[in-house]
Structures are given as structure tokens and as C-alpha cells.
Design a protein around this ligand. Structure first.
Ligand code: PBG
Length: 335
């Protein structure tokens, strides 16, 4: 009998099931690990009277007062979640054409930043830079002659980012998709001694149906006229995402984001492999709502679905994931 110099990678010499036969070996050869340190917890905050008001389209998510947001930040700290991301729901009566509320140094977001930094200073605070939560038309920029005016929007966005950073935000995260906004924000930060503030740019943000529940949560749905297709990306495109990311890095972004999440893991893979900068993805409100609806019906196992989807983000190349499931996931991971 002759023995081959090495086992050919064919059955019966190769039996891939050997590496799956017991929990210990599966753990030993796992290529991807998920830990609470991979999670960013998005918090919807509001200026309403209630400490916690449920969001109908997002079971388990609440609009939080600044006090409750500070409490949530402490929870994040205790669970080992490194950062929270803030999204505002403000009184519709305060909304106007230019989103004045976005640049109020005593507005809801600065209040929340200060409350969180008081309660849990070790938790990173990420703020969304966009006007949609503050405008009476629900768009992320300002409108001139019936169009979203790019360069006029940049001024508002840079000021908004400055206000957030000045109030103590660690990271400003432009989600508006105007051209040149990262540069405008980086220049404003540099000019004001805030060069250490991180910019996490929503570099590849698609015009998506999956933002529906979020727009309900922050109250921008009722306001929105038309769609966001002149600034958010067409979901048919992938090369375009690489061009967007390249520009944002050149303009001064420290990290980039792909959004939505699961349907866009091909984009995550291309971006993380091409640029080697920390790449994040957002498991957005519609993905969360879709999973929660199935879980509520008993069609999906909650714990397994959470861990599988979040691990898939890591496997695709993400440094971390924004997810409304962050606290549940951290608990499952044994925090
Ligand atoms: C707004 C913004 C959106 C989300 C985060 N920032 C929605 C939009 O662009 O309309 C979506 C988050 C989610 O769906 O969970 N600039």
C-alpha cells in the first residue's frame, strides 16, 4: 500500500465535519469573534416630558429624556459597550426651513451630551450631523429654489458639528450625504481648537426603505416631502461607494460607515478591503423592526438571530456595528 506524501483535500481524507464535531473545536477554529466592544448603541432622545416613551414601530426602543439617556450610557458602560450614538426627536413646533434647532448650543443634543458626560464620561458619544430632525421639510440639508442646496447646507452642517463637539461629543458623524461635508466639518473643528474630535462619516449611505421606523421615531417622517434620492446613494451602485469613501477619507474622516447593514455587506467587504480604515455598519431601524416582528410572532429565535446577524457584520469586515440590539447582544455575550 502506498501512502501519498500529503493527504489530498478530498473525501475521505478531508472531512470538514471533524472541525465542527464539538463545541471546543468549533470555538477553537472560529474565524470571527463578536464582543461587546464591537457595539455602538443608538439612542433616540427627545425633549418631551416623559423619561421613556415607547416607539411604536420599534418595539423595545424608547425615546429618552436627557436624564434617561445618561442612565442608558451608564448601562452601556456596565455592559462594556464603548459608545452610544444620539438621534434627536424635537418638538415639531420648533422646526423650521433651516433647522435652527440643530445649531442651538443649549438644544436637546448638547443637553444630552453634557448629561451623559456627567454620568458616564468613559462612554464615547457619537452625534449625527444632519438637519432632518430639525427641518420642517424633513430633509438633511437646506432647500433653495426647490432643490437641496449643497454648499449652503455645508455651512449649517459644519456649525452643527462644531456645536456638538464643543458640547463634548467625542465623534461627529455626518449622515447627510452632501458633497464636501467632511472637509467643511474638519475645517470648522480645526479652526476652533477641536482637532481631536473624530469624524465617523456615513460615507456610503443609501436611499433606503429601511429607515422607515427611524423616521417615525425621530418624527421626521411626518415632515418629509419627497425622497432623499438626490443625495443618498442609489442601491444599484457599488463602485460609487468606493468613490464616496475615498473622498471622505481624503477630506479628514477617521472612520467610515456603510448604511443600511445586512443587505449591504458586499459594500462593507469592498470598503474594508480597499481602504483599511475602521469600517462600521448600521443595522438600521427597518432591519431591527423586521427582526422584532418575526421574534414577536415566534418565527425567529431572538438570541440566535441577534448574534448571527451581528457576527455577520464582523465577518464581512466591520470594526463595529451600530445596533438597537446592543444591550441585549452585550448581555448575550456575557457582559
Ligand atoms: C438622518 C438619519 C437617518 C438614519 C440615521 N440618520 C435616516 C434618514 O436618512 O432618513 C436612519 C437610522 C435608522 O434607520 O435606524 N440623517
Amino acid at each position: 500500500m502506498t501512502t501519498p506524501p500529503f493527504a489530498p483535500a478530498a473525501f475521505p481524507f478531508a472531512r470538514p465535519r471533524r472541525l465542527r464535531a464539538s463545541p471546543w473545536v468549533r470555538r477553537l477554529v472560529a474565524e470571527t469573534t463578536l464582543t461587546p466592544a464591537d457595539l455602538i448603541w443608538p439612542l433616540i432622545v427627545h425633549d418631551g416630558a416623559e423619561d421613556r416613551a415607547p416607539v411604536a414601530s420599534m418595539p423595545g426602543v424608547f425615546r429618552l429624556s436627557p436624564r434617561a439617556a445618561a442612565q442608558a450610557a451608564k448601562e452601556a458602560r456596565d455592559l462594556g459597550i464603548p459608545a452610544v450614538a444620539l438621534f434627536p426627536n424635537v418638538d415639531p413646533a420648533t422646526k423650521d426651513a433651516i433647522g435652527t434647532g440643530a445649531t442651538d448650543p443649549d438644544g436637546l443634543i448638547p443637553d444630552c451630551i453634557r448629561a451623559i458626560k456627567d454620568a458616564a464620561p468613559e462612554v464615547g458619544v457619537i452625534c449625527d450631523v444632519a438637519l432632518d430632525c430639525y427641518t420642517d421639510h424633513g430633509h438633511d440639508g437646506v432647500i433653495e429654489n426647490g432643490r437641496i442646496a449643497n454648499d449652503a447646507s455645508l455651512e449649517r452642517l459644519a456649525e452643527q458639528a462644531f456645536i456638538q463637539a464643543h458640547a463634548g461629543a467625542d465623534v461627529v458623524a455626518p449622515s447627510d450625504m452632501m458633497d464636501g461635508r467632511v472637509q467643511a466639518i474638519r475645517e470648522a473643528l480645526e479652526a476652533n481648537g477641536l482637532q481631536d474630535t473624530l469624524i465617523l462619516s456615513y460615507a456610503a449611505k443609501y436611499a433606503s426603505a429601511f429607515y422607515g421606523p427611524y423616521r417615525d421615531a425621530v418624527g421626521s417622517a411626518a415632515m418629509l416631502t419627497g425622497d432623499k434620492k438626490t443625495y443618498q446613494m442609489d442601491f444599484a451602485n457599488s463602485d460609487e461607494a468606493l468613490r464616496e469613501v475615498a473622498m471622505d477619507i481624503a477630506e479628514g474622516a477617521d472612520a467610515v460607515m456603510v448604511k443600511p447593514g445586512l443587505p449591504y455587506l458586499d459594500i462593507v467587504r469592498r470598503v474594508s478591503e480597499t481602504f483599511k480604515v475602521p469600517t462600521f455598519a448600521y443595522q438600521v431601524s427597518g432591519e431591527y423592526a423586521m427582526m422584532q416582528a418575526s421574534i414577536a410572532n415566534g418565527w425567529l429565535d431572538q438570541d440566535r438571530a441577534i448574534l448571527e446577524t451581528l457576527t455577520a457584520f464582523k465577518r464581512a469586515g466591520c470594526a463595529g456595528v451600530l445596533t438597537y440590539f446592543a444591550p441585549q447582544a452585550a448581555r448575550l455575550l456575557g457582559a
